[in-house]
Ligand binder design. Structure first.
Ligand code: RUG
Length: 833
């Protein structure tokens, strides 16, 4: 390709092609240029927001220069690429990350200062890009950071929601949802109006003979919606690689609106058509670990899969290779079952459009796809009703039936006369209406299936996907334990700790090789080092105390033990266990003498997280937390011994302030329910200890950091089924301490008890599915051990330092390398300076 352009032309391009700023002065020049020309502002009317926009535009220029070079490099070398399909990318803010990743934050700080701005104020202007619900979306964002940092040729594909996850407001203790319009002032995306794909829905299937007499299906008529690409540059840390995240936006395919209708006087319906098309990418479904089977969601999924595949196939076809080489050039990873239709769409492209035989096509498909499962919760497993799919995607349903037929035929050969297994593994569930089990298509259409922590992957193999292990063998199933990017979750969120570590280890190399943290253990007994470590934690707690004061009005004592649980609100994550524990503590303090109170370790219990708008029980938990906060925080008799805080609208940028400030954080899901958890890793990486159950990645964290450095409690996953079974048959005794807590609630201590009756009844009367009562005693006694341990400041510090030193395993760099080696078979691209 390069050689096809004459040298004089290339020379002219080279001469005038854009250059990145490389120092403070050049940055200032770019900043002022953008403020004065792009933004039409001046010295006299440039506020923090304009300074943010100007700074972001200057950095965006830098990124796009590297983005262009990276894309050229990847095209010329023509190596295998990986495509990460995720319906969620919880990116958070981009500016701080871009500054750090390109190594220009200090220059930007000084440059901004010269022009009269504080970098923190400028960074604080940015709206979070919150195109995700929780852990799954944030994992995808961490993956993008690692893929770029490690120089993998990789693209992310997602949807460009006009509204990301809702903004949470707390009104009288209740969660209210407010739309989050995040696209105003978003300089980080590049609209590609030239890159569009027509996506078809509805219609019907015609069979016709091709020129060789072969019967081929064609999907005709129906509705067409246009997908428009928006590209977001993803800079790697300390590398020239800037990868691409392509987000699709929906638009009426006829353009602005239907002029025929307009001219016929039907203005309203002309605009309505356009609005219907735009609805597809309008809003992120706000459910975490819950699927509701809404048609619009299926439309979103197909729209995004079809557009992404069209793009991937178009890129591949440019190389003029044979189809059999597709899996040597392309690896597609399905983030959960949400993109499963990509498997079906790929098969459709190959057989209906490209004319391949079924088997040849299916071999290509299965070699290309990998599927990551993130949960064993039944309510989160996607199923689509057959009639719904028949109507929306008639050809895809036929292909699904064919995939199922061939699959069941092979199973029957393998297990003759075994009707049960056939009905258990059939893609079609024989219910009313019939349902399509998406996870089964994902397993059958992929060459590897992975869980996200060891326990979770083992549970997949022994329960949910057991039959498939029998059919395909155990090698198709693997584990890749999650991680987090240390760039955002240590370097960016906790700059002081990152600097201290760099000082001790002789540089910031640990940010790209997290295992180097182990060298910190040599300093555990170093008094001066411990003092500095403690000092940083104090400062981070002060920073959080300020956020709490600014957002809730409550003043907390930063000397207290900060006990934090921030994550989506869900019964399985058991924020109810935590708030019942807080009430128990409150009642205990109330019953103490003045002398006894002197021994109490002051605590601040911090909660944060969103409930799905339709998840009533989760909303009730938020309500109870806020009502308890109102009583406890205004009880002068208790004072600083206990404070309860609910941080409104928990998001990525708040997490960056919260994670470095914990003394202890809570990861207390019912054993066997949490896929992995990733905030557990963020907290430990920032020197906080954790209290947790033997669940998800807590188990591997314990193995790495040592069980003396973590507070584990509760029943084990292997006991859960038996306990539930016993509850079901009436063998249930409410824990006596929990009974006292319930009595306080029922006595209206926290407002109208009726507001919380469903919550207490779910435990007392309806089988306590999440084993709150079974684990309560163990939970509160473990918290007593936490108090005790916190009193010994030196030992606590030693635990904190040792834990950080042993967290090297939990970087997404390790995770991405594992996916690359064991699932994708892709190599990093060599990048010269
Ligand atoms: O609940 C899981 C977390 O345990 C996990 O850490 C995260 C990333 O793997 O994914 C979460 N998850 C699972 N979010 N949605 C689902 C099911 O669709």
């Amino acid at each position: 390709v390069e050689a096809s352009i004459p040298e004089p032309l290339r020379e002219a391009w080279r001469k005038y092609s854009a250059h990145e700023f490389t120092n403070k002065d050049e940055f200032e020049r770019e900043l002022v240029r953008h403020i004065e020309t792009t933004l039409a502002r001046s010295l006299y009317n440039c506020d923090d927001l304009a300074a943010y926009s100007g700074t972001a535009l200057a950095f965006r220029d830098r990124l796009i220069i590297e983005w262009n070079r990276t894309q050229q490099r990847q095209t010329f070398t023509d190596q295998k690429r990986v495509y990460y399909l995720s319906l969620e990318f919880l990116m958070g803010r981009a500016l701080d990350n871009a500054m750090l990743n390109v190594g220009m934050k200090d220059a930007a700080r000084e440059g901004l200062q010269d022009l009269g701005f504080r970098i923190e104020d400028v960074i604080g202007q940015e709206h979070d890009a919150a195109l995700g619900n929780g852990g799954l979306g944030r994992l995808a964002a961490c993956f993008l950071d690692s893929l770029a940092t490690l120089n993998y040729p990789a693209w992310g594909y997602g949807l460009r929601y006009r509204y990301g996850i809702f903004k949470q407001e707390i009104v009288n203790g209740y969660q209210m949802e407010v739309p989050d319009y995040w696209l105003d002032n978003n300089p980080w995306e590049f609209p590609r109006h030239d890159i569009t794909v027509d996506i078809q829905f509805y219609g019907h299937v015609k069979k016709k003979q091709d020129e060789n007499g072969k019967l081929v299906a064609s999907w005709v008529e129906g509705e067409v919606v246009q997908a428009v690409a928006y590209d977001v540059p993803i800079p790697g840390y300390g590398t020239k690689t800037t990868n691409n995240l392509r987000l699709w936006s929906s638009k009426a395919s006829s353009g602005e609106f239907d002029f025929q209708k307009f001219n016929a006087g039907d203005y309203e319906s002309a605009v309505a058509d356009q609005q219907t098309a735009e609805t597809i990418s309008a809003v992120l479904y706000p459910n975490d670990n819950l699927e509701r089977g809404k048609e619009l969601r299926l439309k979103q999924q197909y729209f995004w899969c079809a557009a992404s595949l069209y793009d991937i196939v178009r890129r591949f076809k440019k190389t003029k290779r044979a189809w059999s080489e597709f899996p040597d050039q392309v690896a597609i990873q399905l983030n959960d079952t949400h993109p499963t239709l990509a498997i079906v769409e790929m098969q459709r492209i190959l057989i209906d459009i490209e004319g391949l035989e079924w088997d040849e096509a299916w071999t290509i498909v299965t070699k290309t796809f990998g599927y990551t499962n993130h949960t064993v919760l039944p309510e989160a497993l996607e199923k689509w009703s057959v009639p719904l799919m028949q109507n929306l995607l008639p050809r895809h349903l036929q292909i699904i039936y064919d995939i199922n037929l061939y699959f069941l035929q092979s199973v029957e050969k393998q297990f003759p006369n075994n009707r049960e297994i056939l009905s258990r593994v059939s893609i079609i569930e024989e219910s009313h209406p019939k349902m399509v089990r998406m996870a089964y298509i994902a397993i059958i259409g992929s060459h590897k299936v992975n869980g996200v922590a060891e326990l979770h992957s083992d549970l997949l193999k022994s329960t949910l996907f057991k039959d498939f292990v029998d059919i395909y063998g155990v090698d198709r199933f693997t584990n890749v334990t999650n991680g987090v990017t240390p760039r955002r979750w240590l370097h960016q969120a906790n700059p002081a700790l990152s600097s201290l570590i760099a000082e001790k280890l002789g540089g910031h190399e640990f940010l790209t090789d997290l295992t180097l943290l182990d060298k910190l253990e040599a300093f555990v007994d170093d008094k001066d080092f411990r003092r500095q470590w403690a000092h940083i934690k104090s400062d981070n707690k002060l920073r959080l105390a300020k956020l709490i004061k600014d957002t809730t009005g409550y003043k907390v004592n930063p000397e207290s033990l900060f006990d934090i649980q921030v994550k989506r609100i869900h019964e399985y994550k058991r924020q109810q266990l935590n708030i019942f524990g807080v009430i128990h503590r409150y009642l205990k303090i109330k019953g103490m003498s003045a002398e006894e109170r002197k021994k109490v370790v002051p605590r601040v219990s911090v909660f944060g997280g969103k409930a799905a708008p339709g998840y009533w029980m989760a909303k009730t938990i938020i309500h109870l937390i806020n009502k308890v906060a109102a009583v406890v925080n205004n009880d002068s008799d208790v004072g600083d011994l206990l404070k309860v805080i609910f941080i409104e609208d928990y998001n990525v940028s708040k997490a960056e302030i919260i994670c470095p400030a914990s003394d202890i954080s809570e990861h207390i899901s019912t054993a066997g329910t949490e896929g992995s958890g990733t905030s557990n890793m963020k907290f430990v990486l920032n020197g906080g200890l954790i209290i947790g159950t033997c669940d998800g990645a807590n188990i591997e964290i314990t193995r790495e950091i040592g069980d003396q450095n973590i507070f584990l409690f509760g029943n084990l996953a292997e006991d859960v089924e038996d306990l539930r079974h016993r509850h079901f048959y009436g063998d249930f005794q409410l824990d006596p301490a929990l009974e006292k807590v319930f009595k306080a609630i029922k006595d209206n201590m926290f407002g109208d008890a009726g507001d919380f009756s469903a919550l207490t009844a779910s435990i007392e009367e309806h089988g306590d599915y999440y084993l709150v009562s079974d684990d309560f005693h163990s939970y509160v006694t473990t918290h007593e051990m936490v108090d005790e341990a916190f009193l010994n400041k030196e030992e606590w510090l030693a635990k904190s330092i040792t834990s950080v030193a042993r967290m090297g395993f939990f970087s997404t760099d390790r995770v991405i390398n594992e996916y690359a080696d064991s699932i994708w078979n892709v190599e990093p691209l060599a990048v010269k300076d």
